[in-house]
Design a protein around this ligand. Structure first.
Ligand SMILES: Cc1cc2nc3c(=O)[nH]c(=O)nc-3n(C[C@H](O)[C@H](O)[C@H](O)COP(=O)(O)OP(=O)(O)OC[C@H]3O[C@@H](n4cnc5c(N)ncnc54)[C@H](O)[C@@H]3O)c2cc1C
Length: 273
């Protein structure tokens, strides 16, 4: 029979980038416990590419994108992880030229270093990097980069712990406790942890974690990534790239490998993974 232990302001389930970010933010003025069933960043986070492509998704919200870039630049100062800034080129086929030019102009008008470059200019700026057979140009984003997701997340974890958060790894939350329609804590095999607020940050497992309380209409989707030997030195000026026709992106790793990702698909039967 599980015993009831200590009371916390906040119990977080999941030690991925989301759980650790929330723990870091809240531990400064709340008592926080974080439960992770395996190790920190052992879920999607540890497998991620770590592209912080905020400008490409939020070029129309310049304050938000600028805040994210500034955050990574400043936080990199901890020296626990590194934020690598590198231009990214989205390759554009002829059918998308008009939209691409408009997107680049909007992003530039919002203060970002973004430009549409025709194929000849791409070849001039990045000689021999792109196979431009299917493309007439590309959008070059310069306010972009990547982090190593594992060290970034363990940095968040360490910050949270330095502010007093208790991080417990190898502990599975088996359910959420509810009394009189209020969430009161988290159950594990051996104890019930009482908390005023429970944060479900279990990634694609969140549906299962909450199934006794609420039916979440969410499904996971799978994303692929692989590190390849490029057969040549890529160098520090090798740009990040995105081929929107085939849905593939790539970038150089610091260890000389070429990281390639894409090919996502929805998983309708999560029990199968
Ligand atoms: C190949 C790949 C490439 C990607 N590339 C990028 C990218 O370039 N940029 C980007 O922004 N995003 C990228 N993503 C997406 C990104 O990885 C996810 O959005 C992000 O990591 C989700 O973080 P999370 O904390 O929500 O989930 P997770 O990292 O999955 O964390 C959830 C954690 O909860 C734990 N957990 C689950 N159930 C329980 C339980 N019952 N009790 C205790 N612990 C539990 C798990 O073990 C896990 O560690 C990529 C993903 C993949 C797979």
């Amino acid at each position: 029979m599980p015993t009831t232990t200590q009371h916390y302001d906040i119990a977080i389930v999941g030690g991925g980038v989301i759980g650790c970010s929330i723990a870091r933010e809240l531990a400064t003025d709340h008592s926080v416990v974080l439960l992770e069933k395996e190790q920190i960043a052992s879920g999607s986070t540890g497998h991620a590419t770590g592209n912080t492509s905020v400008v490409t998704g939020f070029h129309d919200n310049s304050n938000f994108a600028q805040y994210c870039n500034d955050f990574f630049r400043e936080y990199d100062g901890t020296r626990e992880f590194s934020y690598t800034e590198r231009p990214r080129v989205t390759l554009i086929p002829e059918s998308m030229t008009k939209d691409a030019k408009q997107l680049a102009a909007e992003s530039a008008a919002n203060g970002f270093e973004t430009a549409y470059l025709p194929a000849e200019e791409l070849e001039e700026n990045y000689p021999g990097v792109f196979n431009l057979e299917k493309f007439v140009g590309g959008i070059e984003y310069r306010d972009i980069g990547w982090v190593d997701p594992y060290t970034y997340t363990t940095t968040l974890q360490k910050d949270a712990e330095a502010s007093g958060a208790e991080v417990r790894t190898g502990v599975t939350a088996t359910g959420i406790t509810v009394e009189a329609d209020r969430v009161t804590g988290v159950r594990t095999k051996s104890e019930t942890i009482r908390a005023d607020v429970v944060v479900a940050a279990a990634g694609w497992h969140t549906r299962k974690l909450l199934e006794e309380c609420v039916e979440l209409p969410i499904y996971p989707f799978r994303w692929q990534a692989v590190d390849l030997d490029p057969g040549r030195e890529l160098g520090d000026d090798y740009p990040m790239g995105l081929d929107i026709v085939d849905g593939l992106y790539w970038r150089g790793e610091h260890n000389g490998l070429l990281h390639v990702g894409g090919g996502e698909y929805k998983v309708r039967n999560p029990g199968s993974i």
